[in-house]
Design a protein around this ligand. Structure first.
Ligand code: ADP
Ligand code: 5GP
Length: 191
């Protein structure tokens, strides 16, 4: 059995990564060909989220223990909370010939590229910072301060787009999703 591939989705908060990820994982084409790596985080759970489906929500103490025992493939502090990719899950999926989807920040993505140079990195962005802010406001999960911090970080993250194999501008959701499906069809059919 050939080894699976890693697909990384990164991009500014509010660009649409989670929405696109959910559509991909539910799509006829990819639902049995792509498996999400569920990250561990110290961030509080949002109202529409579920434990173990969206993230594994743990305390800072537990997170620190996991760092110490080498459980993460990569981890970062993003917007004041810790996020990490569990190493075992990803390795088990890859060894089992499964393709793994990671939805992680640009620093984590750089670490994954170093560890897995074949990982396919896709950068998702919104048409403008104004649209990005508008989407964050409409999503209703962040306070004003958090939105401002996400927009400031987005300016830095956008400079990383050049290090990605693909950059998709998520303007119309259906068009972006089709674009993403095409990219994955190409990448997952390569041997
Ligand atoms: P991220 O995971 O990158 O932070 P989300 O997937 O949560 O972003 O998307 C941010 C918000 O924008 C959500 O409310 C989502 O429904 C909305 N959204 C995503 N893509 C689009 C789009 N193409 N057009 C309009 N709204 C979108
Ligand atoms: P959110 O709190 O909005 O779900 O995610 C905030 C940021 O953390 C996003 O950029 C998201 O991609 C990133 N993120 C989520 N999980 C991980 C992870 O396991 N590792 C890293 N490095 N970033 C992550």
């Amino acid at each position: 059995m050939s080894k699976g591939k890693i697909i990384v989705l990164s991009g500014p908060s509010g660009s649409g990564k989670t929405t696109l990820q959910q559509k991909l994982l539910a799509s006829e084409k990819f639902k049995n060909r792509l498996f999400k790596s569920i990250s561990v985080t110290t961030r509080p759970m949002r109202l529409n989220e579920q434990k173990g489906r969206d993230y594994l929500f743990i305390s800072q103490e537990e997170f620190a223990k996991k760092i110490k025992s080498g459980e993460f493939l990569e981890w970062e502090c993003v917007f004041g909370n810790y996020y990490g990719t569990p190493k075992n899950n990803v390795e088990n999926l890859l060894v089992g010939g499964k393709n793994v989807l990671l939805c992680i920040d640009v620093k984590g993505a750089a670490t994954v590229s170093r560890l897995y140079p074949d990982a396919v990195k896709i950068f998702v962005t919104a048409p403008t910072l104004f649209v990005l802010k508008d989407r964050l406001i409409k999503r209703g999960t962040e306070n004003q301060e958090s939105i401002e911090s996400r927009i400031e970080t987005a300016k830095i993250e956008l400079q990383e787009a050049k290090n990605y194999k693909y950059v998709v501008v998520n303007d119309d959701l259906d068009i972006t999703f089709n674009e993403l499906e095409k990219i994955l069809s190409i990448e997952l059919n390569k041997s």
